[in-house]
Write a protein that binds this ligand. Sequence first.
Ligand SMILES: CCCCC[C@H]1O[C@@H](O)C[C@@H]1SC[C@H](NC(=O)CC[C@H](N)C(=O)O)C(=O)NCC(=O)O
Length: 221
Amino acid sequence: AAKPKLYYFNGRGRMESIRWLLAAAGVEFEEEFIETREHYEKLQKDGCLLFGQVPLVEIDGMMLTQTRAILSYLAAKYNLYGKDLKERVRIDMYTDGTLDLMIMIARAAFQPPKEKEENYAEIMKKAKTRYFPTFEKILKDHGEDFLVGNKFSWADIQLLEAILMVEELDAPVLSDFPLLKAFKTRISNIPTIKKFLQHGSQRKPPPDSHYVEVVKTVLQF
Ligand SMILES: CCCCC[C@H]1O[C@@H](O)C[C@@H]1SC[C@H](NC(=O)CC[C@H](N)C(=O)O)C(=O)NCC(=O)O
């Protein structure tokens, strides 16, 4: 079968969680980077963007948009979505949480310096008092290696992605969360993830001024 093809900017944004999920599932994918307004408008004109937005993923003969819809489809397709409805809804709850946190971080890149500073303080507060304590408790109460059932799932992949993103802002953040620290080591050592974390993979770096400029130019905001 043809490899999935990802259409997005050459940066993290909303596409990064999709890259993580595919990489963790051991699925090779292609990327088409949108660098110009014309390219974006062509995708729109060709009817590829349901609501005129990216991420766009071409897979199984479909042109999929809407990040959560794409992630759910991929989690189900690659058996990373739990064993039944009850496990699936827990995975949905956990991934909605980590996605909320990561979108807060991704948005900060687009804010002017003062707002960005205030936003980072808010992000660190939410990470340390809302998200990480919750996941620490889940790991404690569940008492397994993984967040849901006793099987690797989309929820584990996305929590690791979020942990690494917050550590980029505050390296010692896990010092108060021993179970999360052990979880990070465990999940990072899963072969497909270990490979994705190595240099030269399709993992994207933190947003820089060039990335912000391209997005602003393409989307005209
Ligand atoms: C999450 C923030 C990451 C920073 C960069 C992204 O946020 C946006 O500022 C730009 C990109 S994402 C690009 C943006 N996509 C979305 O907002 C998608 C939202 C959708 N619900 C999804 O989950 O996929 C876009 O196409 N906008 C055009 C426009 O709506 O007309």
